[in-house]
Design a protein around this ligand. Structure first.
Ligand code: SF4
Length: 495
């Protein structure tokens, strides 16, 4: 019998191991600050993965939507606080069940891989040559690249590696981001010229800082003809950190960035999103513009590396319909073809692949009784019957099956995930929960009051994210009318 709880935390050692770190100084784990000496004001490493005592818990291997994040070291600003030997990291990666041969690996993204290109490229070589890894190796950087490192990266590609360099560039002022804009533009140009795929990551775009037509046009002129794809995005905010950090750097963020914000979240106002889409014209840049990095990576694999892949997060799922009609406006026909093929996989075949992958990430057999059934309201989605897996656990299952995977939990699992969401995201005790009931394949949580002051819209979002299942919240004080409305939504195939 496993001693681990049935409801895994995302910090579980199976998912995000930390036990092999060599800690240089335990006190340094409590240091506050950015993830490396580049010290960008918006650095999310300054607030991510900390326990209640403020100690960093980041793992050397962690799944996220982009792939598996592989890190040799943890830094706080200039101080290296933990390191894992490369040999040990490779051994850990070999047995890591979340890495499928088709999963991208992301090198040293808790700092900047370009601060030590030699180490980062060497690690990429070793992963390629010592592990059955056929997918892209991603470097997310703001650093310049010397000719010798460029040669090394070309050598990696010549040996069959699939490097993909994501250059973060959004015309930030030097007070917010010290790395040089002209140098990284040059890096993009070099990489593109020698045939190493490069994605310009226009992140973060922030109101009043780099969202004007003029700045966006400067970006267009800088990257036109020099990149293979473009992604954009908003600011990742921690309500207890980000505002103060920007104010300290001399910039006051618009109050909209924390309105209705209870927990960490990314924010890109809709009018800025529209402006980016209007000005960053794919025809001018010579590359597609995506708002999801996973779409851009799938596109690079399919089109630039002739290694056909669907988006590993199955982002086309959207209620009874799909999003393919909007994909047609941004994506290549070859890539859409891959995603459509995954979407159309017979459910029995996809469920069998899902089950095989589930057993891979579940060596103790805790999930052995769980099966997969098709959703009746979400086209192309499979549900884990009686499952309450966290989102990180569903990622390799989605990748292997080609389907979007959600839970259809039992009552116990649903209530557990709801209580966790209310406590972690909203700081609300689970005593507000009155009841829960199921309507077809969706759950309804009954709570006392309007928890987020917006008819529980935000609360629903957090509960959905955390339970990874289709669910709704109703207020016990408006039980009858809200119950009716929710039941009708579910029965009419809401999205
Ligand atoms: S087809 Fe759609 S979901 Fe698939 S990669 Fe392209 S934009 Fe993304």
């Amino acid at each position: 019998m496993s001693e681990r709880p049935i409801w895994l935390s995302e910090y579980d050692q199976m998912i995000r191991p930390t036990s092999k770190w060599k800690i240089n100084d335990p006190n340094a784990l409590k240091l506050q600050g950015p993830g490396c000496e580049v010290a960008c004001t918006y650095c999310n490493q300054a607030f991510m993965d900390r326990n209640d005592e403020g100690m960093r818990l980041s793992s050397y291997l962690s799944p996220y939507d982009g792939g598996i994040s592989v890190n040799t070291h943890l830094n706080v600003d200039r101080t290296e606080v933990a390191r894992i030997e490369e040999d040990e990291l490779i051994q850990e990666l070999i047995i890591y069940p979340y890495l499928l041969p088709t999963t991208p690996v992301v090198i040293n993204n808790f700092s900047d891989p370009g601060l030590n290109w030699t180490e980062s490229i060497r690690l990429a070589h070793r992963i390629h040559s010592e592990i059955d890894h056929q997918s892209t190796t991603i470097f997310i950087t703001k650093m310049p690249m010397s000719q010798s490192h460029l040669d090394e990266l070309e050598g990696f590609k010549a040996e069959g590696g699939k490097p993909l360099v994501v250059v973060t560039y959004s015309e930030m002022p030097r007070t917010i981001e010290k790395a040089s804009n002209p140098k990284r533009i040059k890096t993009m140009r070099y990489l593109h010229a020698v045939g190493i795929p490069v994605i310009a990551s226009l992140r973060p775009i922030i109101r009043g800082m780099n969202d004007s037509e003029e700045t966006l046009s400067t970006i267009v002129n800088s990257i036109a003809g020099n990149v293979d794809a473009v992604i954009y995005g908003g600011l990742f905010i921690d309500p207890n950190y980000t505002l103060q950090a920007f104010a300290k750097a001399g910039f006051n963020l618009d109050p909209e960035y924390v309105k209705y914000m209870y927990t960490r979240a990314k924010h890109l106002p809709n009018d800025i999103r529209d402006r980016v889409q209007r000005i960053i014209e794919p025809q001018k840049i010579g590359a597609p513009l995506y708002d999801h990095a996973t779409c851009a990576v799938a596109f690079i694999e399919t089109v630039k590396y002739s290694q056909p892949r669907a988006n590993r997060m199955a982002l086309w799922v959207n209620g009874r319909q799909t999003n393919f009609h909007t994909c047609g406006n941004i994506c290549s026909q070859d890539q859409i073809g891959q995603c459509v093929t995954a979407h159309n996989r017979p459910n029995e075949v996809a469920a069998s692949d899902a089950k095989t992958t589930l057993s891979k990430i579940d060596p103790d057999g805790r999930y052995s009784s769980l099966g997969f059934i098709p959703s009746i309201t979400q086209s192309g989605m499979l549900l884990i019957e009686n499952g309450a897996l966290n989102i990180l656990e569903t990622m390799p299952i989605m990748e292997a099956s080609g389907k979007r995977i959600d839970n259809l939990p039992d009552r116990e699992g649903f209530l557990f995930r709801c209580a966790e969401a209310l406590s972690n995201y909203l700081g609300i005790d689970s005593s507000v929960i009155h009841d829960a009931f199921q309507v077809d394949q969706e759950w309804v949580l009954v709570v006392e009051g309007d928890l987020t002051g917006d008819n529980n819209v935000l609360a629903t979002r957090y509960v959905r994210t955390n339970s990874r299942c289709r669910c709704h919240i109703i207020d016990i004080n408006q039980y009858q009318e809200q119950k009716k409305a929710v039941e009708s939504l579910i029965r009419n195939g809401n999205i």
